[in-house]
Design a protein around this ligand. Structure first.
Ligand code: 4GX
Length: 447
């Protein structure tokens, strides 16, 4: 593998690649690194490598002709894939690093000053990469990052025993924690004495148990630190065995008609809306939730909701059973399943009691609101943060949807998290509860 770095500061590149596995790989000839300096391709007396930007403004742009000549020289042999390091590039990922390692020759073009002429990018660059959302004073450190990360995939660079496959990010998961001697470490942190011991499982000698523990630590860390990665991760059957059952299957949606607020902030009981029964039931089925609870203290409304749900769900259940004659076993089963999906309750407390009885543990209650000031004491979560947190929590999850002007603060004692309000694209934010519910379910469970 050959790397050619186009830079006006070669002294930044060379010394950074003399030690460690990369240094050894260079000595062994497994990888080669050369630098090509645009200054060596200048023709003027001052050997200048910068020029003024068209349109004016502060700073300089790299001079075109020396840069093009340097890239041309660097890319010649063998024909190279030419990368420009830029904060405006595609963010570098481990998957891209691995793919780059399959190429024979990379040219890494480092800009200084305010950047390079756009036409150099269009003419002589194959790919623009960024190593992160911060601004460096030049591309050289980015080039070093790419050389380091790519080299680790070149056969012979890492020792036999080290594999790039079970590392952090290889499988979209963070690494498990490592420990070495001594078995107990004592010290102080922020004035507090600390005594830290190595997890006992690591001294058990049981390799299968150790592997399982490490895998569960990886999953735990990913969920806690990188909910974005956790949301994308595909977990194996064995992974899921170590985790609570699938979150959506123990998620209950509640449409709350009391206690809600009206436009003046007064606590009221809102009226039942026909469409809410149907549409949120459909969303509940589509996203595979455990159940949908219609909560109202008005007995006549609960009866009406139950009646509508029964008619509609019976119809759906019969359709699902392929229109089989009534009272066949399949019809009965799907009818029972469908009817368990829509439930009624006279209060949120009653739903809590029902779920506590059903699961043997109180639910994890999540409030929702269009108003950012609702439930000020409950920690606010984005959908992916909530997904990561609740997936590790074995309790059933109860998602409360408010009607009217939203859930009343009287529910604060039972609400342990609140989902951040859905932000539309305008200042007008009055989604129907049916739409808000569907959007939240998609953000949590949609693929
Ligand atoms: N990931 N830099 C490039 C010059 C520059 C300025 C503006 C294009 C537009 C960077 C990063 C990075 C600093 C390299 C500015 N080029 N490179 N250089 N982040 O910050 O790769």
């Amino acid at each position: 593998m050959k790397f050619s770095v186009v830079t006006i500061l070669p002294e930044l590149i060379e010394p950074a690649l003399t030690a460690g596995v990369v240094g050894r790989a260079r000595e062994a000839g497994t990888i080669t690194v050369e630098t090509v300096n645009p200054r060596d391709f200048t023709t003027d007396r001052h050997r200048s490598v910068d020029d003024n930007p068209y349109g004016g403004g502060p700073g300089m742009v790299m001079k075109v002709e020396p840069l093009l000549a340097a890239i041309g020289k660097a890319a010649g042999d063998p024909p190279a894939h030419r990368i420009f390091l830029s904060p405006a590039g595609t963010p570098l990922t481990q998957a891209r690093v691995k793919a780059l390692a399959a190429l024979p020759h990379l040219v890494l073009v480092c800009g200084r000053y305010e950047g390079i002429d756009q036409r150099v990018v269009e003419l002589a660059i194959d790919e623009e990469l960024s190593i992160g959302d911060y601004v460096l004073s030049g591309g050289e450190l980015g080039a070093l990052v790419i050389i380091d990360a790519v080299s680790r995939f070149i056969p012979g660079v890492l020792g036999e025993a080290t594999s790039t496959d079970d590392e952090s990010h290889a499988a979209g998961m963070l690494e498990y924690p490592q420990y070495t001697r001594p078995p107990t470490l004592t010290g102080t942190k922020n004035g507090e004495p600390l005594e830290l011991t190595v997890p006992a499982v690591l001294s058990s000698g049981n390799h299968a148990v150790i592997a399982a523990w490490r895998r569960s630590q990886s999953i735990l860390r990913t969920a806690q630190r990188r909910p974005d990665l956790f949301a994308k991760a595909t977990l194996s059957k064995a992974d899921r065995k170590g985790l609570p059952p699938s979150l959506r299957e123990r998620t209950h949606l509640a449409l709350v008609h009391h206690p809600c607020t009206d436009r003046t902030g007064k606590i009221v009981t809102t009226s039942l809306t026909n469409f809410d029964i149907h549409d949120l039931a459909r969303s509940t089925m589509t996203y595979g939730l455990a159940a949908y609870h219609i909560v109202t203290p008005i007995t006549a409304h609960r009866e009406k909701a139950a009646h509508i749900a029964t008619l509609w769900l019976e119809d759906e259940a019969n359709r699902e059973a392929g229109g089989a004659p009534r009272k066949s076993k399949a019809t009965e089963a799907s009818r029972a399943n469908a009817l368990r999906l829509v439930r009624t309750a006279d209060s949120v407390e009653a739903v809590l009691a029902e779920l506590t009885a059903e699961y043997g543990t109180e639910p994890f209650v999540v409030g929702t609101s269009a108003r950012p000031e609702s439930f000020p004491s409950a920690p606010r979560r984005s959908p992916s943060e909530l997904l990561a947190e609740a997936s590790l929590d074995p309790r059933p999850m109860l998602l409360l949807l408010g009607t009217g002007w939203g859930l009343a603060d009287a529910l604060i004692p039972s609400v342990s998290r609140v989902l951040a309000p859905i932000e539309g694209a305008s200042d007008w934010n009055h989604l129907s509860v049916r739409s808000a519910g569907a959007i939240l379910l998609d953000r949590l469970f949609g693929r």
